[in-house]
Design a protein around this ligand. Structure first.
Ligand code: SF4
Length: 239
């Protein structure tokens, strides 16, 4: 499979996505965009069953000077992903002179792969769509407070020191929240940028009011850069 050109829906600096991890994402979020693609037989067979390496992806030429979002349709660092699968993917990344983005709801697990990650130029991102845990929608995901805690640990505890100009948070799809608590969690992540967006898949999520979201943006702007995504206009209206 070739590298996929990024459609720029997330970070403008991501040039490509590459999906070497097959199997169902263990977190099983109800709103996962992969669910919507399951009507295509090839996608369904790739993203069903146990997490596994898509061996043929280790023949993909990842090129040079790209910024590649790795495992964009899955969570490479979920607890249930076999360690050898993660190691082989990271080792393959290290063969190319690129930058990589790893987005995970389980940032704690990055600490397990410091040796392999040390060979890469990479950024990390976690999703904190609310401070609450909505069991119906968030299913097997680590709690938002744990995601924030481990993002903070990564900045402080990676053995070489991880620069926080390479840590990001995405609040998407935003779900109803408690203002002080969510702002605290985001601040704990020490992210250089927060992207904030709404559900664009009609997933019937519990959403906050316009006023709450505007208050949140103001609070976040006091300590980080905030990028408001177009799909948030459905909640807050045009600027
Ligand atoms: S963690 Fe990401 S990839 Fe996994 S189910 Fe949730 S939204 Fe989908």
């Amino acid at each position: 499979m070739p590298l996929n050109k990024s459609k720029g829906n997330m970070y403008e600096w991501v040039t490509h996505t590459w999906n070497p991890l097959a199997g169902e994402c263990p977190h099983r979020c109800s709103y996962c965009s992969t669910n919507k693609l399951m009507r295509y037989p090839g996608i369904k067979s790739k993203y069903s069953g146990e997490p596994r390496l898509e061996e043929k992806e280790l023949k993909t030429n990842l090129g040079a000077d790209n910024f590649i979002f790795v495992a964009a349709q899955n969570d490479l660092f979920a607890e249930a992903i076999p360690a050898d699968v993660i190691r082989r993917i990271l080792a393959y990344c290290a063969r190319f002179n690129n930058k990589y983005l790893f987005q995970t709801k389980n940032p704690k697990r990055l600490l397990e792969f410091q040796y392999e990650l040390d060979l890469l130029d990479f950024s990390i991102c976690t999703t904190i769509e609310t401070n609450r845990h909505y069991t119906t929608q968030m299913r097997n995901c680590p709690l938002p407070k744990d995601r924030a805690h481990w993002m903070n640990e990564i900045v402080h505890e990676f053995r070489w020191g991880f620069p926080n100009n390479r840590t990001y948070v995405t609040i998407e799809p935003i779900m109803d929240f408690d203002l002080d608590e969510l702002n605290f969690l985001i601040e704990t992540c020490l992210a250089c940028q927060v992207n904030i967006g709404a559900d664009s898949g009609n997933n019937n999520l519990p959403e906050p009011s316009k006023e709450k979201v505007i208050d949140l943006i103001q609070r976040l702007e006091a300590h980080t850069k905030v990028k408001v995504k177009d799909n948030l206009k459905r909640i807050i209206g045009p600027p």
